[in-house]
Design a protein around this ligand. Structure first.
Ligand SMILES: [Zn+2]
Length: 460
């Protein structure tokens, strides 16, 4: 009898959960139909890219983008507000130029280099910097050549590892040369640095990105070079030709200025004091429209709100939709968001960021405990109809990092297909036209589905 009761209980619980998932599958299909039948996400991306454009922290476009984000959330019926934070204000200050010169058969040759100053880097001034170029293949190589660097321009010729299937791994491995290469070379007397663009593209767009100077070391100018020119320069250098370069850049800092995170909220019915955050970052590098990085993440975030609201979804937990300020060169927005959450004693049960582009969704990377992981594994079949199969342990996003670090919040990163991301990342070709409408919408659908499941079932 007891066995029978256990057996009955087993079937009851299996059918109950199966039934729940059927309901969930139907609701996710409604989300999907809603998003696929609407062009709002794509139109929002168009407006952000074409009507506002590049929106680096401190720029007038940053202010326009914040206003647009707030108004867009409100247009869809959100309770939305701005959260103030101080942001750095770096400007490029003009066109960056560079040329390499060398002599072959007694004839002086000039090779123009397509370059972009690295974000946060100091300009050369009007006179520019001219010096002999020395190639460095790694930081070990830099240390080995430390006595030869005085007065030179260091060329970090460290290519992306094309054998890595996930280009984000290559980026993770080499972005350090962009971040700290200038200070490490300046320590030994180098006068400027040039880095290969962090990309495996076949074009010649230079890819900028943040640099961090160490305070105790002279701040020398730094540029990224387009990959076709890198190839030419690299071939010259490895042939033993003596090359000198001229670099002229104008980067400088103004005092910190006021920026904002844009926040919308759907209040929870059962656990209003427990928060789920979904977001992307609103700032972008100055030479680009920031379509994939991270216009896509912003319109994903807005689209998830729009669809849930339109479907009349009443969440159990409070869901926050955040367009973060200043991810690219300071992370002040994400830092402020976590700071205020901590100061107010808010309980953040989950956060997700979309900051890997608007490409076809593949899955999610999750930094969660075993209980949450096992729970999420049971939901996998719900996502298969939407061609999402990849569930990785580990992942998150720069802007939600402070929540994970300071509030112990479980976090996740949305994973779209990554093969073309670094063709566009931080380069002038990261424009609206580089984003496909179907791929963009499918991203929003899958993010909405995961948020819905976590809201409904929790992660404990
Ligand atoms: Zn980004």
């Amino acid at each position: 009898m007891r066995k029978l009761a256990l057996l009955l209980f087993f079937f009851w619980s299996v059918s109950a959960s199966a039934q729940n998932f059927t309901e969930d599958s139907l609701f996710i299909k409604r989300i999907s139909n809603n998003i696929l039948s609407s062009d709002e996400a794509y139109n929002n991306l168009w407006y952000l890219c074409k009507k506002i454009g590049a929106r680096l922290s401190g720029s007038p476009q940053m202010v326009k983008a914040e206003k647009w984000g707030l108004e867009t959330f409100k247009k869809y019926g959100a309770n939305a507000w701005l959260q103030e934070c101080m942001v750095p204000h770096w400007v490029r200050g003009g066109r960056d130029t560079a040329t390499a010169t060398y002599t072959i058969n007694g004839k002086k040759q000039t090779l123009p280099l397509h370059v972009l100053a690295l974000g946060n880097s100091m300009g050369t001034g009007a006179k520019g910097v001219r010096a002999e170029v020395i190639t460095v293949k790694s930081y070990e190589d830099l240390e080995a050549k430390k006595d030869q660097l005085k007065g030179k321009i260091v060329f970090y010729d460290v290519p992306f590892d094309d054998t890595l299937i996930n280009p984000f791994e290559a980026y993770g491995k080499y972005a350090g040369y962009r971040g700290t290469g200038a200070s490490r070379a300046a320590k030994y007397g180098a006068v400027a640095v040039m880095v290969r663009s962090m990309s495996n593209s076949t074009d010649n767009y230079p890819h900028t990105g943040s640099l961090r100077y160490l305070d105790s070391i002279p701040k020398i100018p730094a540029v990224a070079i387009g990959l076709r020119d890198v190839k030419k320069l690299s071939d010259l250098m490895s042939s033993g030709t003596s090359v000198s370069a001229f670099i002229q850049t104008n980067g400088k800092f103004f005092p910190d200025t006021i920026g904002h995170n844009v926040i919308a909220e759907l209040k929870g019915s059962e656990f209003p004091d427990q928060y789920i955050t979904i977001g992307g970052h609103l700032d972008s590098w100055d030479p680009a429209e920031g379509a994939h990085d991270d216009g896509a993440g912003c319109v994903h975030t807005i689209e998830v709100f729009r669809a849930l609201k339109e479907l009349g979804y009443q969440p159990k937990h409070s869901i926050r939709f955040v367009l973060f300020a200043n991810e690219e060169n300071g992370l002040r927005g994400g830092t402020k968001y976590a700071e205020e959450a901590k100061a107010k004693g808010e309980k953040h049960i989950f956060a997700l960021e979309s900051d890997e582009g608007g490409f076809t969704p593949r899955g999610f990377g999750l930094s969660v405990n075993d209980t949450a992981w096992n729970k999420i594994q049971q939901w996998k079949t719900l996502f298969e109809s939407y061609h999402v199969y990849e569930w990785k342990r580990g992942g998150g996003g720069a802007d939600i990092g402070p929540l994970a670090r300071n509030l112990n919040t479980p976090v996740a990163g949305f994973i779209p297909d990554a093969q073309r991301y670094f063709d566009y990342h931080h380069a002038a070709n990261d424009v609206f036209e580089a984003v496909n409408i179907r791929e963009l919408k499918l991203g929003a659908i899958n993010i909405a589905a995961l948020i819905y499941m976590i809201d409904k079932y929790g992660l404990q």
